[in-house]
Ligand binder design. Structure first.
Ligand code: ZN
Length: 417
């Protein structure tokens, strides 16, 4: 599949100019939902979709879909959809989101030119507010999968008091179409990796097996604060206990690598009270982050935390409490989509490794209602959410070729012409 790299690059560079920020190094942009930059990015996308002959519709929360019905397709057949998002974090990069949207459009334009006989319509999608800076993360996809009603989403309010409904009316994107992700036969999202695995492997494409789950535990260890000079070692009830827990998290995750090589455990927050050099601390609070692509290993790390806390209570006389503050299950990608992507990479002449996503994406929501797959393009030095975010244009084009081939594969049952 021959991608027009120049055309893809033009679309991405034009999109990068909306909300562009001054950056000493690299190319940054700030595109928050409901702002002028958001309106410009959306207007440009709608123009480009219409130029390519796609029928555009917009739902109540501003998610944009362009539909292409090839002459060979059954118009009422469930479409294959692909896309990502156009919003950014403040001072974010130019590839996170737009690459997936414009790769999907470029894939459609390429398929139109190859005159491949597809059985199904293809839809190009841009979800509203993936990053969540103003109104909450993964917002457009939460509505498209029915997890949240449009009315509830529209009531969401930014820090400045603006509701999502007002923000969308202001920029002309409070639409009246219904976008139902469950009606898609399958979904694919091309995204930048936001890690260094592809760069290290020297390959332009990786195929995602699963999106990692996240567990956050808030732990409190209570002992007795006392004078550091006058309290003998034998008479202390204090949190070196906390140090044991930090090491237990590291040990648990390291031990479990034998079962799952993607498990990670982090104690990212440690607060010692009163935090004075000459006082035996009375209370220590720890914030623990556990992630993996299988729930079983995440649960196993959590169990080790609980066992360690029970032992510390017995052996050190401290009191402990544990509270779960975030619990997101891992989301596997559909094997049908992974297989189509692997066949397509092979057909394109790319040896694409399988990897997992350590970050959340709209595909997590879509996977709950239909077959979903993701592919990654390399991130230079693993950087993202920053003007230093970069993916080489050749890599963008190669990943787009794999996406286009996979869309044809899903819409016909074969990667080849
Ligand atoms: Zn993104």
């Amino acid at each position: 599949m021959e991608i027009d790299q120049r055309r893809l690059r033009d679309d991405l560079e034009t999109t990068a100019s909306f909300g562009a920020i001054d950056a000493d190094d690299g190319h940054g942009r700030t595109v928050l939902t409901g702002t002028e930059a958001d309106q410009q990015a959306r207007d440009y996308l709608c123009e480009r979709l219409q130029e390519a002959g796609l029928e555009v519709r917009i739902d109540a929360v501003g998610t944009i879909v362009g539909r292409w019905t090839p002459a060979s397709a059954e118009p009422d057949a469930a479409p294959i959809a692909a896309g990502s998002h156009l919003d950014s974090v403040p001072a974010g990069g130019i590839f996170d989101g737009p690459l997936g949207v414009y790769a999907a459009l470029e894939a459609v334009r390429t398929l139109q030119e190859t005159e491949r006989a597809l059985d199904r319509p293809i839809e190009v999608v841009s979800f509203t507010e993936e990053e969540g800076t103003r109104f909450g993360a993964l917002l457009g996809s939460s509505v498209a999968v029915g997890e949240r009603s449009p009315a509830t989403a529209l009531e969401r309010t930014a820090a400045d008091g603006t509701t999502l409904e007002d923000a969308l009316i202001e920029i002309g994107y409070h639409g009246d179409a219904t976008i139902d992700a469950a009606a898609w036969d399958a979904w694919l999202e091309l995204h930048i990796e936001q890690g260094r695995r592809l760069e290290r492997a020297g390959t332009p494409v990786g195929i995602v097996s699963a999106i990692t789950g996240i567990l956050h535990l808030d732990v409190r260890i209570d002992g007795e604060a006392n004078h550091a000079g006058t309290t003998p070692m034998a008479y202390r009830t204090d949190p070196p206990a906390a140090a044991e827990l930090v090491l237990a998290v590291e040990d648990a995750a390291t031990d479990l690598l034998a079962e799952s090589d993607s498990v990670v455990g982090t104690v990212g927050r440690l607060e010692v009270t009163p935090n004075a050099t000459n006082v035996v601390p009375g209370t220590t609070r720890l914030g623990i982050d556990i992630r993996d692509v299988t729930a079983a290993t995440m649960t196993a790390v959590r169990q080790r935390v609980e066992e360690t806390l029970a032992r510390l209570e017995r052996e050190r006389g401290v009191e402990t409490t544990l509270r779960e503050t975030v619990a997101i299950d891992p989301v596997p990608m559909a094997s049908r989509c992974q297989e189509a992507l692997h066949r397509s990479a092979e057909h394109t002449g790319i040896d694409a490794p399988t990897l997992h996503s350590g970050a959340g994406h709209d595909s997590m929501h879509v996977a709950a209602v239909t077959d979903a797959g993701m592919l990654f393009a390399p991130s230079k030095a693993g950087l993202s959410h920053s003007p230093a975010e970069w993916t080489d244009w050749d890599d963008c084009a190669q990943a787009t070729a794999v996406l286009a081939t996979a869309l044809a594969d899903l819409a016909t049952g074969s990667p080849a012409d």
